[in-house]
Design a binder for this molecule. Structure first.
Ligand code: OAD
Length: 247
């Protein structure tokens, strides 16, 4: 692994425009479970029953009771870990410009990154299913499920459910960031959910180097990534940032 860390440090030092694509893996060390794999959310809940827009429309109280309430408790208390903090340090050193994240936990912004594209929306806000008014999730009273808007409508996370489209601005901006970067860090994503999984492909097609950080191989590893640094995001990013700081 040391050789690959060294290689990543050299590549980052040489790069002019770095972007990152992150997934649930970067937030595991903050106590937020991933979706797939051991201990993953979809191991306990069928996504079609709880995370599809049809399920939400059919029975919002059930989706709130089983999935959203638990997510609120976890996300409300989660703090950025070394992975998020390391990416923020890379922005502070003018290395990373944009982070495209599939995560809805807001931890990149909490760590200090300022240009974060929330590809799957955000859990920081709830919006009314009737009038679209938004409420900060932390302040939403969940003593009654589902929580309601002043207008009486039901609140839902301002996040993308299966069966919904990616917010247009996030889609457009992430394409720009992917096409414009010369190095993309792909951190903690299984790269199986579309269209997010196409983002590194767009970067690669436009000449960027793709560096994956993940303890497991993914569908990108052989075809798209230049190399995979196998390991947890916190430890790997920490090592890279520490080495860069010494240069
Ligand atoms: P997944 O849960 O599919 O994948 C998590 C990835 O993190 C896997 O590739 C793991 O190997 C890796 N991983 C595990 N521990 C790690 C660590 N310590 N450091 C780094 N990586 C680690 O999560 P996503 O790829 O983000 O969409 O999932 C994509 C989308 O599927 C989510 O945004 C969500 C979900 O359904 C929606 O809800 C729309």
């Amino acid at each position: 692994m040391d050789d690959l860390i060294r290689r990543a440090v050299e590549d980052l030092a040489a790069a002019k425009n770095v972007a990152a694509l992150t997934g649930a893996g970067i937030s595991i060390e903050s106590g937020i479970p991933p979706f797939r794999g051991k201990g993953g959310i979809w191991e306990r809940f069928d996504p079609m029953e709880f995370a599809h827009i049809d399920a939400l429309m059919r029975d919002p109280a059930k989706v709130w009771r089983i999935l959203v309430k638990e997510m609120k408790e976890i996300v409300d208390s989660a703090k950025p870990n070394d992975g998020h903090k390391g990416l923020a340090k890379l922005e502070a050193r003018d290395k990373i410009k944009t982070i495209i994240t599939q995560n809805i936990d807001g931890l990149h912004q909490a760590a200090g990154n300022t240009d974060v594209i929330e590809y799957h929306g955000t859990f920081a806000w709830q919006r009314c299913m009737d009038c679209n008014q938004k409420y900060e999730t932390r302040k939403v009273d969940i003593s009654e499920i589902p929580p309601r808007c002043e207008c009486g409508g039901i609140l839902r996370p301002d996040a993308v459910f299966f069966g919904e489209v990616i917010p247009a601005e996030a889609m457009w901006r992430s394409r720009q960031a992917a096409a414009g970067c010369d190095l993309m860090l792909v951190v903690g994503t299984s790269a199986v959910v579309q269209p997010a999984a196409m983002i590194p492909v767009i970067a690669k097609d436009n000449g960027a180097r793709i560096v994956e950080i993940n303890p497991e191989r993914t569908p990108l590893t052989d075809e798209i990534s230049d190399y995979l640094i196998m390991g947890g995001a916190g430890e790997v990013i920490n090592q890279i940032v520490t080495a860069l700081e010494k240069m």
